[in-house]
Design a protein around this ligand. Structure first.
Ligand SMILES: Cc1cc2nc3c(=O)[nH]c(=O)nc-3n(C[C@H](O)[C@H](O)[C@H](O)COP(=O)(O)OP(=O)(O)OC[C@H]3O[C@@H](n4cnc5c(N)ncnc54)[C@H](O)[C@@H]3O)c2cc1C
Length: 246
């Protein structure tokens, strides 16, 4: 009754330190071909024979959570390690990814608030041509644009989180809204850090205020848990299926 898993996976955050892993594997090729499921989730010990951690992949802007790759060579998993129904693992994965997308969006709010706070502070201290740079409209517009994006992002994420919370009652996972929030938040965070660096001039490019690190993190966040293109694909597909409520 055991399953034998062969294959590999890369880009798994925190995998270098994991004692356990949930592995998604094809269990029914025919169903996969027909796009009707066929992927299952298995709970596995990372020291099991056949499980090899292949190493860390150094990634820009991904501090504090190493990404790793691993391979599975005749990794034996007993039937009772199946997570959820057989052949229905993709839905489990998508549920986890939805949570990840929303939490990335929430992180972005804090990141942007930090960048705006630093910019408000600095622009009132930095004197150029006899005035603090906060007096100049060009700087004010950048501060205002950051605020517009933070406010929009914050209420977009809160509203989407409220829809997720209602899921047990409504049975509707707000897939479209989660993708909108993720795409919007990460893209606006990169713009926000770009503006914050601009407000700080040369100082923004130093390590002093970690704005350069924020910029790299923001750039990186546009890839994991679904790229901007994949979010837009999801949004469009949901609408084409009739989910046009806002
Ligand atoms: C820092 C980091 C952490 C990660 N952590 C994890 C993790 O913990 N667990 C995990 O499972 N994965 C993780 N990943 C993997 C991540 O989810 C993928 O890198 C991401 O989904 C993109 O897939 P890919 O790298 O294979 O790019 P690809 O799918 O090869 O995409 C390449 C380009 O093609 C575009 N593209 C692909 N398909 C389409 C399409 N249908 N229409 C239009 N454009 C398309 C993409 O948008 C992108 O621009 C992580 C990645 C990074 C960078």
């Amino acid at each position: 009754d055991d399953w034998i898993i062969n294959g590999s996976k890369q880009w798994i955050t925190n995998s270098p330190y994991a004692d356990y892993a949930v592995i998604f594997a094809v269990t029914n090729e025919e169903m996969v071909k027909q796009k009707k499921g066929g992927i299952s989730a298995f709970f596995v010990e990372t020291d099991a024979p056949g499980y090899t951690f292949d190493g860390v992949l150094p990634v820009m802007g991904h501090t504090g959570g190493d990404c790793g790759s691993m391979s599975f060579d005749n990794l034996r998993v007993s039937a009772d390690r199946l997570v959820g129904p057989l052949d229905n693992g993709f839905q489990i994965a998508m549920f986890g990814i939805s949570e990840g997308r929303l939490s990335i969006s929430a992180n972005c709010i804090g990141m942007c608030e930090y960048a705006l706070d630093r910019s408000l502070e600095y622009s009132q201290q930095r004197m150029r041509f006899g005035s603090p740079i906060s007096e100049y409209q060009a700087i004010q517009f950048m501060l205002a644009d950051m605020a517009i994006d933070i406010f929009t992002m914050k209420y977009m994420v809160l509203q989407t989180a409220a829809l997720v919370e209602e899921f047990p009652k409504t049975g509707r996972l707000p897939v479209k809204e989660i993708s909108i929030a993720k795409a919007y938040a990460v893209e606006k965070t990169q713009e926000c850090y770009d503006r914050a660096i601009q407000v700080h001039g040369g100082m923004g490019l130093t390590n002093e205020l970690t704005l350069n690190e924020g910029f790299r993190i923001a750039r990186t966040l546009r890839i994991p848990d679904g790229t901007g293109e994949i979010q837009r694909r999801t949004i469009a597909r949901q609408m084409l299926r009739g989910d046009t409520a806002f």
